[in-house]
Write a protein that binds this ligand. Structure first.
Ligand code: PNS
Length: 158
C-alpha cells in the first residue's frame, strides 16, 4: 500500500524551515505532495506560479515529492489525490491553537488526519512573513532561504 501525505501552505516564499519539514516528511511517506494555496482573497508577494517554481527548484533532489497548486478546501484536494494525511510544521506553542482548530475541522470535513511535526529548532523563529520584511528593507536572507529564493526576493525589492 502506498501511503501519501500532503504538506499544504502559502509558501510565499518557501524557506529552509519549510524545506526541513518537506525532507523529513518525504522520508516517512511513500509520496509527499506539497500543495500551494492559490488564494485570490490574500495578496501574496509571489504569484502562485512563481511560488510553485521556486519550490520545485528547491525540492528537485527529492524523488517522492511533487508540487501542486490548489484552491478552495484542502480536504477536497486530499480527496482528489487520494490523500488521507496532512503534515504541518509546528514552530512553537503559539502555532498550536490554530493548527489544532484546522486539524479538527479537516478531520470533521474529510476524515483526513493531521500530523504536526515539530520544526527543527534551527528554524523555529523563521516565517515567510519575517523573511519578506527583512528582504524588503535590505537585510540579508541568505542562509534562511534557498539561493534562488533570495535572488527572487532581491529582484522583487530592488
Ligand atoms: O502557510 P499557511 O498560510 O499557514 O497555510 C495555511 C493553509 C494553506 C494550510 C490553510 O489556510 C488551508 O488549508 N487553506 C485552504 C482552505 C481550507 O481548507 N480551509 C479550512 C481549513 S480547516
Amino acid at each position: 500500500m502506498t501511503v501519501s501525505a500532503v504538506y499544504p501552505g502559502s509558501f510565499d516564499p518557501i524557506t529552509y524551515g519549510h524545506l526541513d519539514i518537506i525532507e523529513r516528511a518525504a522520508s516517512r511517506f511513500d509520496r509527499l505532495v506539497v500543495a500551494v494555496l492559490q488564494n485570490p482573497a490574500k495578496q501574496a508577494l509571489f504569484a502562485v506560479d512563481d511560488r510553485v517554481r521556486l519550490i520545485r527548484e528547491t525540492v528537485d533532489h527529492i524523488d517522492n515529492v511533487r508540487v501542486e497548486r490548489f484552491q478552495g478546501l484542502l480536504v477536497h484536494f486530499c480527496h482528489q489525490h487520494g490523500i488521507r494525511v496532512i503534515v504541518k510544521g509546528l514552530r512553537a506553542v503559539s502555532d498550536f491553537e490554530y493548527e489544532l482548530q484546522m486539524a479538527q475541522m479537516n478531520h470533521r470535513l474529510g476524515d483526513v488526519e493531521t500530523l504536526l511535526m515539530p520544526t527543527n529548532p534551527e528554524w523555529s523563529y523563521l516565517s515567510s512573513s519575517l523573511v519578506k520584511e527583512v528582504a524588503r528593507f535590505g537585510g540579508r536572507v541568505d542562509g534562511v532561504v534557498p539561493d534562488k529564493v533570495a535572488a527572487a526576493l532581491a529582484e522583487r525589492f530592488s
